[in-house]
Design a protein. Structure first.
Length: 601
């Protein structure tokens, strides 16, 4: 008699706007014929208890065993039905349901229905030349945020001598994907990079549970994707997309049941890729197949057996692609149109500004979610002690739904990425921002006008009031302005209307003259630590240069990260800047500089 196949499931419910957990939601799990299996309630973290239920084998296209219907209700949210949720043998399914709040003026509450895609075999792939191109067609710097109309070379050099920043590989924020359907139609969608890799993995290696095999397969998928993007394989064919789900590329599924082993490993190695031999950080076109013996192709199914023989993912990759191949990690990633450098793991005993920043993120998340353990991390002020470790362990167990054994309290790459995304989901859906003016502008208009011939040097007045006359009014009428973002040719910030601030954008070319508030008022504003804007993603031009870093006058600096230290009221900026190496080649430098250095430059 065959033993029964079993798998686990945990259902999570979140507010669709800020991803805050929705507690006390009722979750009904039914089989595909509508028979009730279990009724559950979500806890304070938005999770149900873990259930063990009959499961299915990967790629099992027959029968309905291991497939379920989930119906979620809550008094404050619209009901949601998920049909076709799958549980695989020996794995844990993690369906995540984002709930929409019920409108107060709505009498009819619509039931939102999502249908998961049926199990199917992944597409058979065409074998291509993996040695397609060994240099960047697309510069990594072109992926940097363009809100400031950045130029990626020193303005002191002629265009012919303009250096390209060698900042290493950047994980793009989105993948532009051409989806072909079985009926021959096609549509183009833009998918966040990591979500795209998850969609590929959940069809190509669905049901995999061996960590080292999953990592090897995912790195191959990441490398293939990055090769398509950075060689501009389809863009050079005048196509408006990066990759497809056709036989020439990778399969992809939009609506799938998240599997814990896949999600956890993808978020751990999403930034790693196979380097083109001698390719100077270039991603190799890592082709693979479901189960074949073709030399030079990674056999997805066979990786499981190698993993069971204690082979590590790097050894599995070398086994198929060759001993001369290595894996590299990207320099950073674009998230919410901002560039973030990857950080070293943070653990018990770590200290510094990176630690403080993660504690700040946890504090914001804790206050929004109403979880005091998260907020207590900030008490250690840049020292990663027991409170921070406990906060991270709880975050891993509840927000990331890791087992107690996997939740180690270390902020590794997957934990860093999840914390950062939760933080962004909160700050983008709240009206309270740390760069809002916290006091109204001076009542009196400045007596002196400084007429402009070139650009405004706004940076010394970042997060302070400045009076502006525009060319349109010919200097007769003006307004108070609070600079928040400073770009090369424009400024973003706030004006004051009806006892409240209003966000606007101003271009250099439109400014006629400026007038500054009295020095004592400027000094008072500068003193408040909450006055300074996070100017991550801004390109600035130094006027005097920075001697400590051998940065010459009129050099462009790209702000990668803004770090505030509440203990000493100091701000530090992580910057990218062009420099010349010992062979006379232009490369990219990265360094931390203080606010004082930036103001003086």
């Amino acid at each position: 008699m065959d033993r029964e196949k079993l798998g686990n499931i945990v259902v999570s419910t979140y507010n669709e706007k800020d991803l805050s957990p929705v507690s006390n939601a009722q979750v009904e799990i039914m089989d595909m014929e509508g028979n009730l299996v279990k009724t559950l309630k979500t806890n304070e973290y938005g999770n149900t208890e873990e259930l063990v239920l009959p499961a299915r084998s990967p790629y099992d296209t027959s029968g309905i065993t291991g497939k379920y219907i989930i119906y979620v209700t809550h008094t404050n949210y619209q009901p949601v039905t998920l049909k076709g949720i799958q549980i695989f043998e020996g794995s844990k399914s993690l369906p995540t349901i984002k709930l929409s709040a019920v409108r107060n003026d709505s009498e009819y509450v619509r039931n939102k229905v999502l249908i998961m895609e049926d199990t199917r075999l992944p597409i058979e792939k065409e074998i291509q030349s993996s040695y397609n191109l060994s240099h960047f067609s697309l510069s990594p710097t072109s992926l940097l945020p363009s809100t400031s109309h950045h130029s990626y070379h020193s303005p002191g050099l002629s265009d012919s001598a303009a250096p390209i920043f060698s900042i290493g590989l950047i994980i793009p924020e989105f993948v532009r994907l051409q989806l072909f359907s079985s009926n021959g139609s096609a549509r183009t969608v833009e998918v966040p990079f990591i979500d795209y890799i998850k969609g590929v993995a959940h069809i190509e290696i669905q049901g995999f549970t061996e960590d080292e095999a999953i990592k090897a397969c995912v790195i191959a998928m990441v490398s293939f994707t990055l090769n398509r993007i950075y060689t501009e394989h389809y863009r050079r064919q005048n196509k408006d997309y990066d990759i497809t789900n056709s036989t020439k590329d990778q399969d992809y599924v939009e609506h799938y049941t998240p599997q814990e082993p896949l999600i956890r490993n993808i978020e751990e190695v999403f930034s790693d890729y196979v380097e083109y031999p001698g390719g100077q950080s270039f991603p190799f076109l890592t082709q693979y197949c479901g189960n074949c013996g073709t030399p030079g192709l990674l056999n997805l199914t066979a990786t499981r057996e190698l993993a069971k023989k204690q082979q590590r993912y790097i050894d599995i990759l070398k086994h198929y692609y060759g001993q001369n191949f290595n894996t590299l990690s990207a320099t950073g990633i674009i998230i919410k149109n901002r560039f973030y450098s990857f950080i070293a793991p943070i653990k018990l005993g770590s200290s510094g500004q990176d630690v403080y920043l993660q504690q700040h993120y946890l504090e914001v998340i804790g206050k929004n979610y109403g979880i005091p353990t998260f907020t207590k991390a900030i008490d250690e002020k840049g020292e990663f002690g027991k409170k921070s470790e406990e906060a991270v362990k709880l975050f891993q167990r509840q927000a990331m739904r890791m087992s107690k054994e996997k939740a180690n309290g270390i902020i590794d790459r997957k934990t860093w990425y999840t914390i950062l995304n939760r933080y962004h989901s909160i700050v983008e859906n709240t009206s309270s921002r740390n760069y809002h003016p916290i006091s109204p502008p001076p009542k009196n208009i400045p007596l002196k006008k400084k007429k402009l011939k070139e650009t405004v040097e706004f940076f010394p007045y970042l997060a302070s009031w400045i009076y502006i006359w525009t060319k349109e009014s010919n200097g007769k009428e003006g307004f108070w302005f609070w600079p928040a973002y400073i770009a090369i040719d424009h400024f973003q910030g706030y004006t004051w209307k009806n006892n409240d601030s209003d966000y606007i954008q101003i271009y250099d070319r439109d400014i006629y003259a400026v007038g500054y508030p009295p020095q004592n008022e400027y000094g008072r504003n500068l003193h408040h630590r909450s006055k300074f804007q996070d100017i991550t993603g801004t390109m600035l031009i130094t006027k005097k240069g920075i001697k400590r870093l051998n940065i010459l006058p009129n050099t462009s600096l790209y702000i990668c990260q803004t770090i505030s230290n509440l203990r000493n009221h100091q701000q530090t900026f992580v910057v990218l800047y062009p420099k010349v190496d010992m062979w006379g080649n232009y490369t990219n430098g990265i360094a931390k500089i203080t606010l004082e250095e930036l103001l003086k430059s």
